[in-house]
Design a protein. Sequence first.
Length: 385
Amino acid sequence: MRGNGSRAAALMLSLGLCFGLTACGGKKEEKAAGSPAAESVAAMDGMNIEQAGMSDESFKPADYAWQRSDKYEFPYMGVSFSLPEKLLSKMDQKEIAMFDDSLADEKGGFRYFLVSWNKLTKEQREAEVKKIGDGYTNWMKSLSRVGTIGMYASDMTEEEIKELTRCSTQKKIGESSDGKYVYYMGTDPSASEEERGLIEEIGVTIGEREEMSENGASVPAGQSMTASGTASIAPLSTKTIDGADFSEKDFSDYDLTMVNVFATWCTACVQEIPDLEKLRQEMKDKGVNVVGVVTDTRDESGEENQEAIEKAKLIQAKTKAGYPFLIPDSSYLNGRVKNLQAMPETFFVDKNGNIVGDSYSGSRSLKDWKEIVEKEQKKLKESGS
């Protein structure tokens, strides 16, 4: 079974954190699934996140560490392992916390993917940080590293790995069958002999990695099927954050529509909206449109979240987004935008609401999005859709 880290995944992949090529922040290679945003949203048109009322929510990072499990599996690393009971006990007591971190590359894979074990003081266990801003990053940096297990691009040097992991002792434990990655176990000499020994006792199995394509599922153009089994978001009957009706018919005026899924608290999501508006302006006469879907405007009970709707209105106004921001319908677009593992996430639909092409996790630059849109347009034309 996969590691019991649902709370960790929910937060780390949600604070959107904002990771990845960024599932939050993608002007260049940045943090991927599992690591929170390192920067707060800059002021937009004279208004910042604090003024928009989005900086109030806080959480205890220690509560979102990976929890006890008989076995942990990381399919994109091709790694599984079991932990010694004494290490699990220290995790239970929050004396040591287990986290993961990764960096996406430009091809939708990873530059690195690592799991770390870190000592927690009482103050660090009780600390609360804001969801928006660099509080989480600073909290993570304050932790004393015990050890790591990681997968690294084969062109990374051991010195680079030591600096990245904050573990000056590194032991190579394997490499991928295709030669693209090497695996290391690291320990920090400043940790106690007992703590280092617990890391060295970890039983690691290295197998085949699950590949990612463009940070999403790659399927033939015109025949896209998401992990949820959704091939189309039609029929669709929902509303924009301003209360206007929106259905699959609204896609009919364009050959291709980019659907950008985000949340009001996601830093990188908000940061890229001005670029998406520029993209819409440049591509609308070429048959391309953009719509946003604001996931937190509908809460877990299925009711509309008025607070999130008001925040979304502020974001739309201050980023000057001229495209509609949608409230998910009760089906969450036939399940397509339910339980996403990263935000922002972007996919494409044709004029009938059928999902086409690839899905993309993380934010990107205007230049990158233009290249992606042109590629998806070409694939759509070649498919005859």
